[in-house]
Design a protein around this ligand. Structure first.
Ligand code: AMP
Length: 285
């Protein structure tokens, strides 16, 4: 695996490969890698000639400075995991490499409704920061395939919109991989490293609450099953930011179900000081 720290050097290397006709897959990450991230690399290995990944803890997407400071960093282990998975190229830029004009430059991506709900509502500015970094990474790497995880459902929709906004829709194919979970159902997340053993066991309740929505789904009003999931979480001691049921294709919050529409149930909770998110499709694929 080749490791690049400078965007220019990476660009030159990738351009040479592109001239040979190679197709690239790209897996952007913030490091502290786990099996969820590696599943994206595995998918790229199946489809692409060259698998490129990046590790960059993007300061501009953290609305909470304490969350940024405590974000786990495990670079040596990450490199070993990526090598073992057969990743070809890793980009590990510094903040100044990603933001040569500084991080305070004003920018705005018109994400519309998507930015007003759930993660957009509870983490103001978060998706603008995500778009900023993904835009820059896509311009550097110019991948044919971009791999994202369903774990961050709303982020997948935001990045799909970003790709349209920056005119790369015809160039980049978006691949969304299913959420990888541990044996107890907890969605793998870098933030799980901040949980102790008991907290990890407790955190299984997030998936259980979402499963309860799936099990209880019936035509008509959805408020009761949403409350059921909230209660499961509150009783276990979580602070709930939201539990929502939304259209799987557009994330419009659903108050009722017509028995046909594909829905996704999403939750964001705090377990002590650690914020965790998860989602499941409650019907259809
Ligand atoms: P992150 O490092 O958290 O920014 O995540 C990098 C990519 O890995 C994103 O596309 C995530 O959605 C994806 N990802 C994170 N956790 C999982 C998981 N448990 N299963 C599948 N993909 C994941």
């Amino acid at each position: 695996m080749l490791l690049f720290k400078k965007a220019k050097d990476l660009g030159i290397h990738l351009e040479l490969q592109r001239k040979k006709g190679e197709k690239f897959g790209f897996v952007p990450t913030m490091g502290a890698l786990h099996k969820g991230h590696i599943s994206l690399i595995n998918n790229s290995k199946k489809l692409d000639d060259l698998s490129v990944s990046s590790i960059f803890v993007n300061p501009v997407q953290f609305n909470d400075p304490a969350d940024f400071e405590k974000y786990p960093v495990t670079l040596e282990k990450d490199i070993a995991l990526l090598e073992a998975a057969g990743c070809d190229v890793l980009f590990v830029p510094s903040v100044s490499e990603m933001y040569p004009n500084g991080t305070n430059i004003k920018f705005h991506y018109d994400l519309g409704y998507l930015e007003t709900i759930m993660e957009g509502q509870y983490r103001p500015g978060h998706f603008q920061g995500v778009c900023k970094v993904v835009h820059r990474l896509l311009e550097i790497v110019k991948p044919d395939n971009l791999y994202l995880g369903q774990k961050d459902y709303q982020q997948c929709m935001v990045i799909k919109k970003l790709i349209e906004l920056i005119g790369m829709k015809e160039l980049i194919h978006l691949n969304i991989s299913p959420t990888v979970r541990d044996a107890g159902g907890l969605a793998m997340s870098s933030r799980n490293m901040r949980l102790d053993e008991n907290e990890r066991i407790k955190a299984r309740a997030i998936y259980q609450a979402l499963q309860a929505i799936k099990d209880q789904l019936q035509k008509g009003e959805l408020a009761t099953i949403k409350n059921l999931a909230v209660n499961i979480l509150v009783e276990k001691g979580f602070k709930v930011d939201y539990v929502e049921i939304a259209g799987a294709g557009n994330l419009q919050i659903a108050e009722k179900w017509d028995g046909k529409q594909n829905l996704v149930a999403l939750a964001a909770v705090y377990l002590n000081k650690v914020r965790l998110i998860d989602n499941i499709l409650v019907n259809g694929n």
